[in-house]
Design a protein around this ligand. Sequence first.
Ligand SMILES: *[C@@H]1O[C@H](CO)[C@@H](O)[C@H](O)[C@H]1NC(C)=O
Ligand SMILES: *[C@@H]1O[C@H](CO)[C@@H](O)[C@H](O)[C@H]1NC(C)=O
Ligand SMILES: *[C@@H]1O[C@H](CO)[C@@H](O)[C@H](O)[C@H]1NC(C)=O
Ligand SMILES: *[C@@H]1O[C@H](CO)[C@@H](O)[C@H](O)[C@H]1NC(C)=O
Ligand SMILES: *[C@@H]1O[C@H](CO)[C@@H](O)[C@H](O)[C@H]1NC(C)=O
Ligand SMILES: [Ca+2]
Length: 527
Amino acid sequence: MPYLVALLLHCLPLAMGQYDICKSWVTTDDGPSWEFYACQPKAMRMKDYVTVRVDPAGITCGDPPERFCTHENPYLCSDECDASNPDLAHPPKLMFDTEDEGLATYWQSVTWRRYPEPLLANITLSWNKSIELTDDIVITFEYGRPTIMMLEKSLDNGRTWHPYQYYADDCMEAFSMPARRVRDLSTTSANRVLCTEEYSRWAGSKKEKNVRFEVRDRFAIFAGPDLKNMDNLYTRLESAKGLKDFFTVTDLRMRLLRPALGGTYVQRENLYKYFYAVSNIEVTGRCKCNLHANLCTFREGSLQCECEHNTTGQDCGKCKKNFRSRSWRAGSYLPLPNGSPNACAAAGSAFGNCECYGHSNRCSYIDFLNVVTCVSCKHNTRGQHCQHCRLGFYRNSSAELDDENVCIECNCNQIGSVHDRCNETGYCECKEGATGPKCDDCLPNYYWRQGCFPNVCDDELLLCQNGGTCYQNQRCLCPAGFKGVLCQQSRCDADRKDCDGAPGARPGLGPLLLGALALQLPGWVDL
Ligand SMILES: *[C@@H]1O[C@H](CO)[C@@H](O)[C@H](O)[C@H]1NC(C)=O
Ligand SMILES: *[C@@H]1O[C@H](CO)[C@@H](O)[C@H](O)[C@H]1NC(C)=O
Ligand SMILES: *[C@@H]1O[C@H](CO)[C@@H](O)[C@H](O)[C@H]1NC(C)=O
Ligand SMILES: *[C@@H]1O[C@H](CO)[C@@H](O)[C@H](O)[C@H]1NC(C)=O
Ligand SMILES: *[C@@H]1O[C@H](CO)[C@@H](O)[C@H](O)[C@H]1NC(C)=O
Ligand SMILES: [Ca+2]
């Protein structure tokens, strides 16, 4: 019973119902209408929606069956793990079930029989949805907490990972970090990643089972010890850079690096008492919906915000189609107590009739032209309504005008094209000899070398004379005894000793072609 009361008190401030409605029907002087507020879903037990992965393969005990003992009973190794027997198996899902009174169910690793090779295990939790932590992460270990472990988080569904907290019985030795406590952090360091020794020391496996990531202690830096001043916390979350993101995750990973040692050094003669056993991982948080939803539902295997304010997306992270007259913005906790919805607006409704297709949040009236025009068009757009693409960009024909991808960069080849602009289908204007949409190719009879140049020779047309061969259309490789651009000139002219045996052939080309070549090759006059 005392436990239950404590739990209720514990949950109270976070369940207090701030920002829990998105809109209400109100009556004003102009008649009834909707009023909109910033809103967020309730905090939930996130372990109910998680997928788990345990690495490396073969780290879960029981295949083959294995005996183990405990630190309390090191010489009574009668406990058995057997994956093929439901009563003796310890699969990962037992970290997320509901515990019956007094009877813990747990995932268990193999024992440290490969000592001194380290006993390493990763437990990765994925939600495929960004969630905001609202309470401590609590990991419960049976048979002792690891002497070294690390918590990591991802914000992008596991593509990149960042350290979240380090845990060791000796932080300096394990991570070369000084030991710190979250309680000692200040308002400016509330999102610091630190190493703590509080949850790794041996205190008997029954007495101290939990390893925490302290969300509450961090909130308390702003909201006071009982989290009474949540307004201050919300103000800080809104204004302090990176603070909101610090409490946001899509995935968590526990890296277990060294098991409990029972308060002493590793005893090689009995390695069956070293292993990891996790009975519960409690993660409390809410779906991140950018303050545009107060409901989050589990559909098709994923959490999904039920977006209001004419927003859409898994996190309500963009405006609905036809509601993009200004750019999307997250709702704000400020001003207190109801915040700002920053709702998406229907095209044409935002600023009289100045439509900016969602590429600008501002319009301005230009007095001497008597027009209202969008200011600072984003997404490479320009124009009174941000309806054109900037120079060097062209319209994506498969995108709506209010799409962020509506303007595509021309990407004209700098050498091959006349300038960096292109026509409506993305074609650049090419210099002589260049071709292709981006002018990065050469027309036939031209070769590429920092631009397109007309071919000097061509093997097919046999332009190189006297047995010369054409090298990359750029020049003729002449046999000994001949020189000139097309090997047309006998070396005899310059050096009479070489003349013997040189074929006296003269060019066999028709006068027409020779005339053309002469035009192309101004240096070549010796016919
Ligand atoms: C655990 O994950 C980390 C990356 O976060 C990886 O470098 C390491 O190899 C993994 N360890 C195991 C035992 O799979
Ligand atoms: C993740 O969520 C998105 C959006 O709801 C969904 O399209 C996708 O299939 C999900 N992926 C997995 C692996 O569940
Ligand atoms: C969203 O659009 C609907 C019209 O489809 C409108 O009635 C409603 O007021 C809009 N909501 C907000 C928050 O702008
Ligand atoms: C054009 O717009 C569509 C729709 O938004 C998008 O899927 C596509 O990637 C865009 N094309 C380019 C080349 O950016
Ligand atoms: C753009 O230029 C290409 C190549 O010159 C041409 O085929 C295409 O029709 C042009 N598109 C438009 C819309 O003018
Ligand atoms: Ca359990």
